[in-house]
Design a protein around this ligand. Structure first.
Ligand SMILES: [Zn+2]
Length: 169
């Protein structure tokens, strides 16, 4: 697992890990979950599936796992990880589809009004709140579509889009 760039940070993987270098530890290679820790900005392993503490870090991919307890848990863990990965794929496919459905003439038109940002506040100040919320929803939807096209799905709503909510605070 040295090819860290190919790993998906949203997912967890099963990797071989080394025993703790302490007396009394069985001389085995274990299996552990490998996951991305955003607070430390790095990948980390944890306890072995069998419950033993291990040396931090994944061993080279393909290293033979010799702990029989870890091997006995492997299929069960792998099934869970595969299920999670599939659910994540389905979620992002739904999100992508929703974003593309937002590519409508109306949304695009409102987004163009928004881009004339000097006038957005003035234009929407002439509207009732339900009307401007509707207009902002159209802008936000088109903006999500553009973010999806830019492969930046986590981009948030444009700042200041719903200025009337901020003003009310
Ligand atoms: Zn083990």
């Amino acid at each position: 697992m040295n090819e860290q760039t190919t790993l998906d940070r949203e997912r967890r993987y099963l990797v071989p890990v080394a025993r703790l270098d302490l007396p009394g530890q069985p001389d085995d290679v274990h299996l552990s979950l490998y996951e991305w820790l955003p607070q430390f900005e790095e990948w980390a392993t944890g306890l072995a599936l069998c419950g033993y503490s291990t040396t931090q870090g994944a061993l080279q991919e393909g290293t033979e796992v010799t702990c029989r307890s870890c091997e006995a848990y492997r299929a069960q863990y792998q099934a869970i990880l595969d299920g999670q990965a599939q659910a994540a794929d389905e979620r992002s496919a739904r999100k992508r589809q929703a974003a593309h459905e937002a590519d409508t003439v109306e949304n695009g038109a409102w987004h163009t009004v928004w881009l004339e940002s000097g006038k957005w506040r003035w234009t929407t100040s002439k509207m009732t709140t339900p009307q401007r919320e509707y207009a902002a929803d159209r802008v936000a939807a088109y903006s999500r579509y553009l973010a999806e096209c830019d492969n930046d799905p986590d981009r948030g709503e444009p700042t200041g889009l719903r200025w009337w909510r901020e003003a009310g605070r």
